[in-house]
Design a binder for this molecule. Structure first.
Ligand code: ZN
Ligand code: ZN
Length: 275
């Protein structure tokens, strides 16, 4: 029988675990890498990309321990389906009002942190101020935390939430695509940044109610790639607000044949409707 996920990706076997691959490098290569890192650290001492604090070694990554901890703040209580974070931090996980009322097309959504304080400032730097060097380490955090947070045990394809071409030209890059690329390299999973397209320009969502956002986005995305034929997809975005964008993208991915769509975001706002 043809592996549906393999068929979705041109016949290549693309079913990957999201567990870390075994390190099969030669010991000499590791020694050389250590030497090169030590040399680079001596000439160019590494600093945290978020707060500027000196780091002891670039091998530890590009973020300091306190800044890494900022992106682990989205714990319970949350909605186990859509990942919505509740305003009150008391009590356990439970379905939110929207998951009880509305049809959702993604299977599960999870986020690393609440969209507030330094997290918000960091996302703004990545998204609006051209600090694209943040995408690599933030994507690495998403990859590492995503292994724990997402309930699925593997994925075949990573797809970023697209920007309309007009927005892409203004900004010059899609921050979600940069995060997706970093996650894909960490997981060893193919990233498709071109097949899911935003085909219709939509006004900014920020001033709209949740139901108006849903209407605003209807028919705004389309899939232009090969049929997904049962692939398990992880949809990546930087920030989730009402969840309308991820739900509409998931609807399109399911329509294209995805068997499962999970959503992974860097941060999530606390919408009034989820309280
Ligand atoms: Zn820092
Ligand atoms: Zn929910």
């Amino acid at each position: 029988m043809v592996d549906p996920a393999a068929a979705a990706c041109g016949g290549k076997t693309v079913t990957h675990s999201i567990m870390a691959p075994e390190d099969s490098r030669h010991p000499d290569a590791d020694l050389l890498a250590r030497f090169v890192h030590a040399l680079v650290d001596f000439v160019l001492p590494p600093r945290c990309l978020i707060c500027g604090r000196w780091l002891s070694s670039s091998r530890e990554g590009r973020l300091c321990v306190p800044c890494t901890a900022l992106f682990a703040g989205a714990g319970s209580p949350l909605c186990p389906r859509c990942g919505a974070l509740f305003a009150s931090r008391e009590g356990g996980d439970h379905l939110c009002g929207r998951c009880l009322r509305q049809r959702l097309f993604f299977d599960a959504a999870r986020t690393l942190s609440r969209y507030e304080g330094s997290v918000r400032e960091t996302v703004h730097r990545l998204k609006y101020r051209g600090h694209t060097m943040l995408a690599g380490p933030l994507g690495k955090l998403m990859a590492d935390r995503g292994r724990v947070l997402l309930p699925a045990d593997g994925c075949d394809l990573i797809v970023p939430v697209p920007l309309h071409v007009r927005r892409l030209r203004e900004r010059g890059y899609n921050q979600s695509a940069l995060l997706a690329r970093s996650i894909g390299s960490r997981w060893g999973v193919r990233v498709d940044s071109v097949s899911l397209c935003k085909t219709r320009w939509t006004p900014p969502q920020t001033a709209l109610t949740v139901s108006a956002r849903r209407v605003n986005l209807r028919g705004a995305f389309s899939w232009r790639g090969a049929p997904l034929r049962g692939a398990r997809v992880v949809l990546v975005d930087d920030v989730a607000t009402s969840g309308s964008t991820m739900n509409e993208c998931a609807r399109v991915l399911k329509q294209a044949g995805a068997a499962r769509v999970d959503v992974l975001t860097l941060a999530r706002t606390q919408e009034e409707c989820f309280r």
